[in-house]
Write a protein of this length. Structure first.
Length: 236
């Protein structure tokens, strides 16, 4: 359906707001349950919350697990959580069974075609940003295969630039060890050390898209920010 309409009085095309996905009672319950289990079975912490600007803004995060979005949203102030949404591959709903459908609802996901033309999803995401929403985007486009950063796409930088809103870099520490793509269920306990594994969500200082020549430069700065944290982790 078209996202524009004609103003009969002025004869101008005006933008029509889009209806965002809703969690509903079930989605909110599952979100709270998921975070309860996270805090029970992992050592979960959040850092850098003081770096968060007022909405709207783009969150650009590395991608370690299917539940990164839940963790990232949980670290936001309550009023920010109310306008949080995520871009997710449309295959999450079709190829991951009930769990995928749950994550689409919990994450208030805007579906995007990862294997075809992503333009429709990006347009919807930009409209959501223009309406004041916080958008979570994983520039890698898929979960890491080995715990290391993959190739970045410029979708997060594109929306940040086109909507003239800040980009907040986020790094998920320890998620791969808890629930990598190679695990059918989470493994939150380190049985060799007999303790809960650590998961940390780090919010970095926001990038102003106006400070960069184009989306490629912004994406490269984001990549270097990720690599600094990845390198520090490998040295510990």
């Amino acid at each position: 359906m078209s996202q524009t309409k004609i103003d009969k009085n002025k004869g101008k095309r005006t933008e029509r707001t889009i209806e965002m996905p809703h969690r509903g009672y079930l989605g909110n319950f599952l979100f709270k349950l998921g975070m309860l289990l996270t805090r029970m079975f992992t050592r979960f912490r959040v850092t850098g919350q003081e770096n968060l600007p007022e909405p709207p803004y783009v969150i650009a995060s590395n991608h370690e697990t299917l539940i990164d979005g839940m963790w990232i949203c949980a670290g936001l102030p309550k009023k920010h959580q109310k306008v949080f949404a995520a871009i997710a591959g449309s295959d999450l709903k079709t190829d991951y069974g009930l769990f995928g459908q749950i994550m689409m609802r919990v994450g208030r996901a805007i579906p995007i075609n990862r294997f075809g033309n992503p333009i429709r999803g990006l347009i919807m995401a930009k409209k959501a940003a223009d309406q004041g929403y916080i958008l979570l985007i994983h520039p890698e486009g898929t979960r890491t295969y080995d715990g290391l950063l993959g190739e970045l796409q410029n979708g997060a930088a594109y929306i940040s630039t086109k909507s003239s809103i800040p980009m907040v870099p986020v790094y998920v520490h320890g998620g791969y060890e808890v629930f990598s793509r190679h695990m059918s269920v989470p493994h939150p306990i380190d049985w060799k050390k007999f303790r809960r594994k650590q998961v940390t969500i780090e919010y970095g200082q926001p990038f102003d898209p106006h400070d960069f020549a184009d989306v490629n430069e912004l994406t490269e700065v984001l990549r270097n920010w990720y690599l600094q944290r990845q390198d520090a982790k490998e040295q510990t």
